[in-house]
Write a protein that binds this ligand. Structure first.
Ligand SMILES: C[S@@+](CC[C@H](N)C(=O)[O-])C[C@H]1O[C@@H](n2cnc3c(N)ncnc32)[C@H](O)[C@@H]1O
Length: 214
């Protein structure tokens, strides 16, 4: 687990996040989120921290082949006939942009905890509804989604949060929908009682696309 923010930095970023123009002041940041994610200073709650993830860590994760992961997600959701997709943890919005560009969905929604990244994702995917999230899917209506995508999210958050996200995502997907996860191949994942529809390795076996249903 990444180190937690010290009390002074936590208070400073919290005040800044509340005042950020992209912040939804009704949303409370979850306590587990105040960490130096990927050892970036301030994690996803400072400009330096998000640039560290976006410019360095993300490129290493996807080994410069992010488009391949996007294509795999699009293919899996297309095959299942999904039309309304919610991406949880959309970061700076690259996958959102691909989801929209594919024209295979009637609705695309992004959820992201960090207001800094909500802002970035809105710029990357203009016209897409990107909302600040409290770390759960409580505020997503069933009618909004028949597919939920999480790329490098579930394997990174505390196990209890991952379990809740997965259960909520499957509930939103309903009887016919899908939950698609992009993960590092080495992350242990508890998929509970979900039905595994696909489990593929790509990028020299380093990454995994897992497609689930109820
Ligand atoms: C490792 S980054 C992945 C970003 C992007 N999906 C990608 O593949 O590069 C994890 C992202 O998920 C967001 N995140 C983590 N847990 C979340 C949750 N429970 N709800 C919404 N966003 C979450 C973080 O703020 C961060 O932007």
């Amino acid at each position: 687990m990444y180190p937690p923010l010290g009390p002074n930095l936590r208070a400073r970023v919290l005040a800044r996040m509340h005042a950020h123009p992209a912040a939804d002041t009704t949303v409370e940041l979850p306590e587990w989120y105040f960490r130096h994610w990927h050892f970036g200073p301030g994690g996803y709650l400072t400009g330096v921290g998000i640039r560290w993830y976006d410019w360095v860590v993300r490129r290493a994760y996807y080994q410069l082949h992010e488009g391949g992961a996007h294509a795999a997600v699009l293919n899996a959701l297309g095959e299942a006939g999904c039309r309304k997709v919610v991406e949880v943890g959309c970061g700076s919005g690259r996958l959102l942009r691909s989801l929209v560009a594919s024209r295979q969905f009637d609705a695309v929604t992004g959820l992201e905890i960090s207001p800094l990244l909500v802002d970035r994702a809105r710029r990357a995917a203009p016209g897409v509804s990107v909302r600040q999230s409290d770390g759960t899917l409580d505020a997503v209506a069933e009618a909004e989604a028949d597919a939920v995508v999480m790329a490098h999210v579930v394997g990174h958050v505390p196990p209890a949060v991952a379990g809740t996200l997965l259960a909520q995502a499957l509930r939103l997907a309903g009887d016919r929908g899908r939950v698609a996860l992009v993960e590092h191949a080495w992350h242990p994942l508890d998929l509970g009682r979900a039905r595994i529809r696909r489990d593929e390795r790509f990028h020299a076996g380093m990454q995994r696309l897992i497609v689930l249903s109820n």
